[in-house]
Design a protein around this ligand. Structure first.
Ligand code: SF4
Length: 169
């Protein structure tokens, strides 16, 4: 199994094509993009008293850690399902090391915090996601599929170009 980053588990839940492109090193993330800047400011300044950018594995980092709590900070709760799977993955990695923690997803726009616990079902969900991710990464680029998320995606221009049309034919 290839090393899978937390953000890749998140992309898997949003769009298999985005996962594939990102994993293959094809990046169009624009540092000047407003939401990227907002995210960076948030990442720097939110929860200053907690340990920041904690390494769970060489390829996996979590936003914040404080005792038994892992925290991921998100601008909005629009991608709750993907956020939850990403957090379950972090909790799963720690469980492999014999460490049990609680996950918290903090949504700044809605001022909401969601708790995430790794139970048997959650662990099953992570294992299934990792197996699917491996299959996707071993295959060809997944076909373009118009999703509600596309308009905000860094790969939008790439996917909406002729390259995508060829994939659909
Ligand atoms: S633009 Fe849409 S199809 Fe293309 S990678 Fe992004 S979300 Fe996926």
């Amino acid at each position: 199994m290839e090393n899978v980053r937390g953000v890749e588990v998140h992309y898997y839940a949003i769009c298999k094509r985005k996962l594939w492109l990102f994993h293959k090193g094809i990046r169009f993330e624009n540092d000047g993009h407003e939401r990227v800047i907002e995210g960076k400011i948030l990442h720097e300044h939110a929860y200053p008293k907690m340990d920041k950018d904690v390494e769970l594995e060489a390829f996996v980092r979590i936003d914040r850690q404080d005792g038994d709590v892992l925290r991921e900070i998100k601008l909005t709760s629009k991608m709750k399902k993907a956020d939850r799977l990403q957090m379950l993955y972090y909790l799963y990695i720690l469980k492999q090391k014999g460490i049990r923690k609680t996950g918290l997803l903090s949504y700044t726009k809605e001022k909401e915090t969601v708790e995430v616990h790794l139970d048997d079902d959650g662990e099953q969900e992570v294992r299934k996601a990792l197996a699917n991710i491996q299959t996707i990464l071993e295959g060809n680029i997944p076909p373009f599929q118009k999703l509600p998320y596309c308009s905000k995606c860094a790969y939008k221009d790439f996917c909406f170009s002729g390259e995508a049309d060829q994939d659909e034919s």
